[in-house]
Ligand binder design. Structure first.
Ligand SMILES: Cc1cc2nc3c(=O)[nH]c(=O)nc-3n(C[C@H](O)[C@H](O)[C@H](O)COP(=O)(O)OP(=O)(O)OC[C@H]3O[C@@H](n4cnc5c(N)ncnc54)[C@H](O)[C@@H]3O)c2cc1C
Length: 576
């Protein structure tokens, strides 16, 4: 690929927003801008543009494989306004891998239920499954700036990640077979940064997407929403509240979520034609929030505005996430409607898929075909999400008279017919299943399993004991899970794993044993006395095995495995 946009003259110094935003409960910290050294700035193996939630988690993921990266952030502070507040179980599992889960769990409000109301009557109650096998709740609410701080705290401890504040990528000077060259603008002037790989995590308005002149596929929707975070004392549980066609906002939808620090999010749809300026006028905000509080039985409650904004829903993705030596992840790769809490929750899955693949390519353990699989897997995930999100968006903001009639009919029926309720429960973010991935084995015993996670599926968690879950044990490596009642792991499998390790590919053998004895040859032995893991994974006899990718997705499973079958599966999973 040839050079893209190059600026002919030196740009004006970049002036990041250095005025910390005031919040009634949060003190923004301004970080000093990084000063480029005199002379040439050293090249970095990987550069990530954008230290939002996706860029930071990806940087930490790469560091787990020993890959150094430079993280360039245009601003000098974490995200403004609360933005994302709802994070899913799968996100927490990914954040656990990079060490940021504990801080989020300690501060967040976990939840699993939602209530939908139509004309004052509850017409549907959502209860997300949750049992002792889950380390994390289905959802946890925490303002985005605290979540970003949890990631920053991990970055501060990680010498392989160099986070530079106040650095704006302004041009791609080169993107070819050898390297990428970027122009980076700072408060003291521009410099050139060279790298082998660039990941664009620069958000929904991605400058890099524009510099490469990339077009997205998908749709924008007409409906506009106000999102307001208010401090108010409401003695209500942490559950999602959705109100269709409320009296004070006829034909439209209102959502409410509880956040830590006594904050509630009120998210309401605007009547057609109302401008953002009109919607954000203080008297308009006051009248509507008062009306909503009155509707839920708290008329006259005292509240204070912390942050508000207007948004409209877009459901779009790039059709390819790899362009030469530049990869896209998170909002720069796709824009998803916020109801359904898909933005960051989808972006972390991008980063976790890309992290191990990019690390293996940087270390020379795999070729570019592995990166192509990132694009295949995550673009197809985005397209599925867009399809689902478009359905729920059309339900909330019917685009035509016909859609509105249909939606209103469903809502009316729901008053008397319980079976209708689930029709307007929109799907929230979920872990994607790479059932059609090119990395899945084709000649294993996947089809012979009646239950358990199939090839491409994310690993289900299982409680092994107090504060001890299966996924706690799976770090940055391929994992061969070998099931038996007792005894050693077959020597040929152990030797095969060692041979891969000798070439630099991290392959670990974990023995799952019902007997409380150690398994010779295993890198890790987990005791499963009641066969809870074996049952959940559908393993019926000794010798059954799963091969798990470093991002905790299954890529092969066998009734019986030997070294040759394992080697074939690993070769395929590395796209060799
Ligand atoms: C009101 C609202 C509510 C939301 N609620 C949820 C929710 O509940 N759950 C959920 O999962 N998602 C939610 N989202 C979406 C979520 O906030 C985003 O998906 C998430 O922030 C995306 O992360 P990112 O790292 O891709 O991009 P961003 O968070 O946008 O980060 C991009 C970073 O790149 C930096 N940058 C930009 N350009 C450059 C450049 N040229 N050079 C260097 N740095 C650059 C920016 O300063 C920024 O720090 C919500 C969004 C909004 C607006």
């Amino acid at each position: 690929m040839n050079a893209t946009t190059a600026t002919p003259t030196a740009p004006e110094p970049h002036r990041p927003d250095t005025q910390p935003r005031r919040s009634i409960y949060y003190d923004y910290q301004v970080h000093p801008a990084w000063q480029p050294p005199a002379g040439e700035v050293p090249a970095a193996p990987v550069v990530i543009a954008g230290a939002g939630p996706i860029g930071m988690a990806l940087a930490l993921d790469l560091a787990r494989y020993g890959v150094r990266c430079v993280l360039l952030e245009a601003q000098q502070q974490v995200s403004e306004g609360s933005r994302a507040i709802v994070f899913t179980r799968r996100s927490m599992e990914i954040l656990q891998q990079v060490g940021a889960d504990a801080a989020i769990t300690a501060q967040g409000l976990p939840w699993r239920n939602g209530n939908s109301y139509y004309r004052g009557q509850r017409v549907f109650r959502m209860e997300a499954p949750f049992d002792e096998n889950d380390r994390f709740h289905p959802m946890i609410n925490l303002q985005q700036q605290y979540m970003e701080e949890a990631l920053l705290a991990q970055i501060a401890k990680q010498p392989l990640v160099e986070l530079r504040w106040g650095q704006k990528v302004t041009a791609v000077l080169r993107n070819d077979a050898e390297s990428v060259e970027l122009e980076v603008n700072t408060p003291t002037g521009p410099y050139v940064q060279r790298t082998s790989w660039l990941v664009a995590c620069d958000g929904a308005r991605s400058g890099l997407r524009q510099m490469l002149e990339l077009r997205m596929e998908g749709a924008s929707y007409e409906g506009r929403f106000v999102i307001a975070d208010i401090r108010v004392d409401l003695p209500l549980p942490t559950e999602r509240l959705a109100f269709f066609d409320p009296e004070w906002n006829p034909g439209n939808t209102v959502l409410m979520h509880r956040e830590p620090h006594g904050i509630w999010r009120v998210d309401y749809q605007l009547p057609p034609g109302e401008t953002p300026e009109q919607a954000l006028a203080p008297e308009s905000l006051k009248a509507r929030i008062d009306a909503q509080l009155a509707m839920i039985g708290h008329a006259g409650a005292t509240w204070e505005m912390d942050w508000c904004s207007v948004y409209s829903a877009r459901a779009m993705t790039l059709p390819d996430y790899i362009h030469g030596r530049i990869a896209f992840a998170g909002d720069s790769a796709h824009m998803l409607p916020i109801f359904g809490v898909r933005g960051a929750n989808t972006g972390w899955q991008d980063g976790h898929d890309l992290g191990w693949k990019l690390a293996f390519v940087v270390k020379g353990l795999a070729g570019r075909a592995l990166l192509a699989s990132y694009s295949q897997e995550r673009v197809s995930a985005a397209r599925e999400i867009i399809d689902e999100a478009s359905k729920s968006t059309r339900f909330m903001t019917p685009p035509t008279r016909g859609f509105r009639l249909l939606r209103d009919a469903v809502l009316s029926l729901s008053l008397s017919q319980a079976f209708v309720g689930p029709l307007f429960h929109w799907r929230t973010s979920r872990p994607h299943d790479y059932a059609h991935s090119a990395l899945n084995s084709a000649d294993d015993d996947n089809a012979l399993y009646a239950t358990g996670p199939a090839n491409g599926a994310p690993l289900p968690n299982v409680k092994l004991g107090p504060n001890n879950h299966l996924l706690d044990h799976f770090g940055p490596a391929f994992w061969l899970m070998h099931f038996a009642d007792a005894g050693a792991v077959p020597a040929a499998l152990v030797a095969a794993a060692q041979a891969w390790r000798a070439q630099g590919v991290p392959v670990q053998v974990v023995a799952l044993r019902s007997a409380a004895t150690e398994a010779a040859g295993a890198d890790l032995c987990l005791h499963d006395p009641a066969a809870r893991v074996a049952t959940r994974y559908g393993v019926r006899q000794s010798g059954g095995a799963y091969l798990v990718r470093p991002d905790q997705h299954v890529c092969a499973r066998w009734i019986n495995v030997d070294a040759e079958r394992l080697n074939r599966a690993l070769t395929r999973a590395l796209a060799l």
